[in-house]
Structures are given as structure tokens and as C-alpha cells.
Design a protein around this ligand. Structure first.
Ligand code: F6R
Ligand code: MG
Ligand code: MG
Length: 386
């Protein structure tokens, strides 16, 4: 019997083991206990607790719809309980995404990241939950575009009547707090103009044009903004429905065979390749990285999570991992130079304001030359859309 199901993925970094690299099993155990209680009293249908790097990931099913205060409250309680354990073990940055008292040098973490969707469960409902660490929600732009709009990735867009009509993309401007929905294939070039700037424009959701149904959702709304600029690159999650009127599992995973360059890595301030790994290998250690993505697949059965299958635990992604290591090595050799290091305006940590203040006295006007506005400033002015 078809049934309305909500799939909620809520995540937070409440303490790393060791440093920002991995998750202590006792934190997962604490979270599991809370979610088991919620299942026993009928709030949750099912749940799976896992991690990607230092992020605690709660995958939950229920019938309360998106943004349910009860479900969110349960997730919060799980993070609080895990934080208590993290404090006992003096893990790094304990409670950092829940208003930390152990300063981790990072202003981010206004709260947990959330990706939720409600739908009528199909006769057979295959979903994949993607989880990233040491990266930012813009990391999903390229793969989501390829999955739902690129016929060289998704054969079904050409040869399957149920996909041929295309998909609609809801894009958020995370700086200006605006959103726009664009339809593919006909508005593909307009869409790419936005998606190519993943630091500012993120895909929030994707919808099937044939049925209007939701196909994918990601966590973008928690990006912290302060004084009109980014503070923090929340490690993102994304849920994609697969098969039948949606792309096949293999089409959904295919973009990750290309380890594209994303923002994040050390101090959230570097470009690096997104390496697809098994859950076991999501333990970023080299230069706090390189950035990772894990994909867990489930079949839903009246809301029960049948799984997970660890989708990147497959030798066919070995080459992507090898390429990611080559790219990582190449970028690392740039040290503190762009494009390995992010441009100034996108860096989480920067000593630049302090440095400019300290050296202000020594910064001389150059005779006979007035400073021309930089190309970047001119471009920003032209991009004003309000
Ligand atoms: C990146 C990340 C780490 C930390 C780095 C320094 O997202 O979390 O790379 O930025 O380990 O951490 P602090 O400043 O806490 O010593
Ligand atoms: Mg951390
Ligand atoms: Mg993290």
C-alpha cells in the first residue's frame, strides 16, 4: 500500500576523533539510543546512525512531514547526548555545531544541516543518501546537474520515456537569500551560469517535470552568513530517489567517478578533489582531507530502511580515488597560493583583516595613480540583482 513517508537526514559535527578527522563509536551509540527511544514510542518508523569524517549523520523515516518539531527535537537531543559523550572523552570541538564552549577556531556551526523530503512511497523506492566531509553544499552542483540534466551521464534522459521530459532545479542564492527554479533541458545554459558558481548558488531540490515529484534534496539552508558573507562551509548531505521515473542508481553514482574540485579541505579554505569513498574510508587525514563523499543506498519498505549498501565500496571507483590523490598532490604543491587556497572573500579563516590593519600605516599611496576598481569589484556590482 502506498504510504506518505518523510525521509529526514540531519547531521552535525559534535566532536571529532582525532582532531577533525573521524567519529568515536560512543557518539554514534549515544545518538542511536535516543533514536531507538523515538522509534519505540512511534515517532520514527526507522533510522540509521552513521558518520562521514567528523560528522554525525542521522537518517530517519517517519510520517510527520518535513520540518517536524518532534523529529527535529529528537535529532537535537541525539546531538546533545553525543556532545555529552564527546565532552567526557574531551574530543575535539565537542558540541561545535550546537553552540560550542570548546572553541575550535571556526565561526561556523549555527546548527545542524538538514535534507528532508516527503513523498508517497513507490512500489519499490530506492534512495541514495550522499554525505560529504571537508566540503560545502556547492559540492552537489556538478553531480546533481549531471544526474538530472546531462545526457552524457544519464542515458535515461535520452532513451527512457519517463525521464525524457527533464527536470526542474530549485537554485538558492545563499548570499542574497533568493531562489529561482529553472527547467531543463530548455534553460540548461541559464542554469549552468548559476551552478558554475557553487560558492554562491546551490541546488536545493530537483523535481520531475513528468510527475512533479521531488527527485532530490540537499542541505543548503544552514549556510551561515554574517555581514553579507560566508562564515562556514557546512559539510553537506543530499538525498536522491532512484530508478523508474528517476535516474538509475548507476546514473546517480556516475558523476562521482570524476573527482571534481570543491571548496573545503584544510580550514575550509582550500580547493581539493572530492574523493568517493566507503563509509569505512571516510576518515580524512591528509591535510585534513582531501574532501570525501560517502553514498549509502536503501530500499524503503513502508518506511523501513532496508540497507545500507555502501555504494562507493566498489573497485570501479578505485580510479576516481587514484585520480583524486594525484589532483590532491598537484594542488598541495601550490601551498598557500591560489587556486589551491580559496580567494580571500571565500576563506573561513583569514588573517587578512588583521594583517591589513597592522600594516595600514606602511601602505603608501602611489604618486600620480589613483587605484582603479578591481575587476572583481566591478563584476560584483554588475551581479547585483535586487
Ligand atoms: C575543515 C576543518 C579542519 C579545521 C582544522 C583547524 O573544515 O574542520 O580542517 O579547520 O583542523 O581546526 P582548529 O581551528 O579547530 O584547530
Ligand atoms: Mg570538525
Ligand atoms: Mg566535518
Amino acid at each position: 500500500m502506498a504510504r506518505d513517508i518523510t525521509l529526514s537526514v540531519i547531521k552535525a559535527d559534535v566532536g571529532g576523533w582525532v582532531g577533525h578527522s573521524a567519529m568515536h563509536p560512543d557518539l554514534e551509540a549515544a545518538a542511536r539510543e535516543v533514536l531507538e527511544g523515538a522509534r519505540a514510542r512511534g515517532l520514527l518508523i526507522d533510522y540509521h546512525v552513521t558518520h562521514c569524517g567528523d560528522d554525525l549523520e542521522l537518517i530517519m523515516t517517519h510520517d510527520r512531514g518535513v520540518e517536524s518539531p518532534d523529529v527535529h527535537g529528537t535529532a537535537w537531543e541525539a546531538f546533545e547526548k553525543a556532545t555529552e559523550v564527546a565532552r567526557q572523552l574531551k574530543l575535539y570541538g565537542a558540541g561545535q555545531d550546537l553552540l560550542s564552549d570548546a572553541f575550535s577556531g571556526n565561526v561556523k556551526g549555527m546548527g545542524p544541516g538538514v535534507a528532508e523530503m516527503a513523498f508517497v512511497e513507490r512500489k519499490s523506492e530506492a534512495v541514495i543518501v550522499f554525505m560529504g566531509d571537508k566540503t560545502s553544499p556547492g559540492a552537489w552542483n556538478l553531480p546533481l546537474f549531471k544526474i538530472f540534466a546531462d545526457p552524457f551521464n544519464t542515458a535515461g534522459l535520452v532513451i527512457s520515456p519517463t525521464l525524457h521530459e527533464g527536470f526542474r532545479f530549485e537554485v538558492h542564492d545563499v548570499l542574497k537569500h533568493k531562489r529561482i527554479t529553472l527547467s531543463c533541458p530548455e534553460e540548461m545554459y541559464d542554469l549552468l551560469m548559476f551552478l558554475g558558481a557553487p560558492a554562491r548558488f546551490n541546488i536545493k531540490a530537483v523535481y520531475s517535470k513528468a510527475t512533479g515529484e521531488i527527485a532530490a534534496v540537499s542541505s543548503t539552508e544552514r549556510l551561515s552568513l554574517m555581514a553579507g558573507r560566508y562564515v562556514g562551509k557546512d559539510d553537506p548531505v543530499c538525498v536522491v530517489r532512484c530508478q523508474s521515473q528517476f535516474p538509475a542508481v548507476g546514473e546517480v553514482l556516475e558523476p562521482f567517478a570524476f573527482p571534481h574540485i570543491v571548496e573545503g579541505w584544510m580550514r575550509g579554505s582550500h580547493h581539493g578533489p572530492l574523493m568517493p569513498v566507503s563509509a569505512r574510508e571516510a576518515r580524512p587525514s591528509r591535510f585534513d582531507g582531501p574532501p570525501r563523499v560517502v553514498a549509502l543506498g536503501f530500499q524503503l519498505a513502508d518506511g523501513r530502511l532496508i540497507g545500507p549498501v555502501d555504494m562507493f565500496d566498489d573497485p570501479s571507483f578505485d580510479e576516481a580515488r587514484r585520480q583524486a590523490n594525484l589532483i590532491a598532490e598537484y594542488l598541495r604543491r601550490h601551498g598557500p597560493f591560489e587556486p589551491h587556497r580559496l580567494p580571500l572573500e571565500e576563506m573561513e579563516y583569514t588573517t587578512m583583516p588583521e594583517l591589513m590593519g597592522r600594516l595600514a600605516e606602511r601602505m603608501e599611496e602611489m604618486d600620480g595613480q589613483r587605484a582603479a576598481p578591481s575587476a572583481t569589484v566591478r563584476q560584483d556590482e554588475e551581479m547585483e540583482v535586487d
